[in-house]
Ligand binder design. Structure first.
Ligand code: UDX
Length: 434
């Protein structure tokens, strides 16, 4: 059975470890965070991701998946080591590669056999993979050899397990073709297209894919602003656009815009790469500006609808950056809540799973209250603001919500509920764009 070590047990690393084990490989997950390793050994997943817990449980029981805080144990006779650590945004906007470099150095110092180092962390093209290859060459004990292979992930939070087993494509970038082919072969049971290329091309494919999806979102949000001025319905426009196979209907949902740990980081990083190489990208800058503007637009819409925000009560439904996850990184809801509080409103908020993570990120505020359910959050509110399209918000008892609210205004920033139905129930239902 092929032995694989995996460094970094976050959203991507843990999903990758569990899915590779499910495919029959023997996987040992390593993390510097010993407390997290102890949790994982007991089958406890430190974040919310559908389908992941049973997958981890099943593969630990089958003896195909283990966790350790000792990197020597993890690397022990592993043929491949996957690096899945974070590459957060640095103050300059460029990707911070310090965690990846630390993992590469640790592998170089600890390896006892030649192996393939698979870079799954999102790292920029134009020198980073080369730098890591130099470290390995310089620090590995001769005659050991390590080949770098870039293998970016395309997993969406909330559907990461599904996305792993049903990928649209696998991208592999290697200078050494046999090493690239060995990594590509891991995925052969998934029967999907495999792009075998060089590291820079593989890395840029990842950044360009995310930046394009983010651009689609900002594009439809820009069209939404025009639609409102000319009396058009942006949701119908998106439907009309999406029927063109060249455009496609996905990622054309106008609304509060994108958040999460990937789109914001990867668009900024790609813009920084362009800037660093002397060709700043006006398009990527615009994608970011439009996206940031949606959050301000939400606060403005509530201000206008309520005749000001001072002294008003706003119920904010949803904190996670998208449904089916507890991740609040770059979540639009958090920025809007800060704006509302700064402008004198009192905010009562609820999210099915993300409230505790939001409280770690959002500074406490005397006018910000976390509630146990949507009905508690709606009490006395002048308006309800739907910030995350959790399906359970569509299924709320809106008659009961209306009886608990003081006002009748709903700002649905995700196109979640039917404006006609809400108007029939006496609500004034607004959208970010018509
Ligand atoms: C994304 C990419 O989809 C995935 O391929 C990559 O590996 C990681 O980044 P993720 O960030 O988990 O995945 O979520 P995604 O479903 O792509 O949504 C990203 C953000 O865009 C969310 O905040 C979502 O609310 C928003 N979004 C998505 C829109 O505003 N409109 C849309 O039409 C689609």
């Amino acid at each position: 059975m092929k032995k694989i070590a995996l460094f970094g047990t976050g959203y991507v690393g843990l999903t990758t470890a569990a899915c590779l084990a499910e495919m029959g490989y023997s996987v040992v997950g390593y993390d510097v965070n010993e407390a997290k390793i102890d949790q994982l050994r007991q089958g406890q997943i430190p974040f919310s991701e559908p389908e992941l817990a049973p997958l981890v449980e099943r593969n630990i029981s089958a003896g195909r998946l283990a966790f350790t805080a000792d990197c020597g144990d993890a690397l022990n006779d592993a043929e491949m080591v996957f690096i899945c650590v974070g590459t957060p945004t640095s103050p300059s906007g460029a990707a911070d590669l310090s965690q990846v470099e630390a993992a590469v150095r640790l592998i170089a110092r600890s390896a006892t056999r030649s192996l393939i180092v698979v870079l799954k962390s999102t790292i920029p093209p134009g020198g980073s993979a080369e730098h890591f290859a130099e470290i390995l060459t310089g620090e590995l004990l001769p005659p050991l050899v390590a080949h770098i292979v870039v293998n970016p992930e395309f997993l969406r939070e909330g559907s990461a397990v599904h996305d792993f087993f049903f990928p649209d494509r696998v991208v592999v970038g290697a200078w050494d073709r046999p090493a690239g082919e060995q990594v590509a072969a891991l995925y052969s049971p998934l029967h999907c297209p495999v792009l075998l290329t060089d590291p820079a091309t593989a890395q840029l494919t990842k950044y360009a894919s995310n930046a394009f999806l983010a651009a689609k979102i900002s594009f439809i949000n820009e069209v939404g602003r025009i639609a409102e001025k000319v009396g058009a319905n942006v949701y119908a426009v998106a439907q009309g656009m999406g029927l063109d196979e060249r455009i496609g209907g996905d990622f054309l949902e106008a609304g509060l815009g994108y958040g999460g740990s990937c789109f914001p980081k990867d668009v900024k990083a790609l813009a920084a790469i362009a800037e660093r190489h002397g060709s700043p990208s006006a398009l990527l800058r615009a994608v970011m500006e439009v996206n940031a503007g949606q959050r301000r637009l939400a606060a403005e819409k509530l201000h206008d609808a309520l005749g000001g925000l001072g002294g008003k009560n706003v119920c904010v439904l949803g904190l996670a950056f998208k449904p089916d996850t507890d991740d609040v990184r770059e979540a639009p809801a958090l920025d809007v809540i800060s704006m509302l509080c700064d402008r004198g409103a009192t905010v009562r908020t609820y999210d099915p799973v993300a409230a505790s993570r939001a409280q770690e990120v959002l500074p406490p505020h005397s006018r910000l209250h976390y509630c146990e359910d949507a009905y508690e959050a709606a009490k006395g509110s002048d308006a309800v603001f739907i910030a995350t399209d959790w399906k359970q918000f569509r299924d709320l008892d809106w008659n009961r919500m209306g009886s608990l609210m003081k006002g009748k205004t709903i700002l649905d920033s995700r196109g979640l509920i039917s404006p006609l139905q809400m108007q029939e129930m006496g609500f004034r239902c607004l959208a970010l764009s018509s």
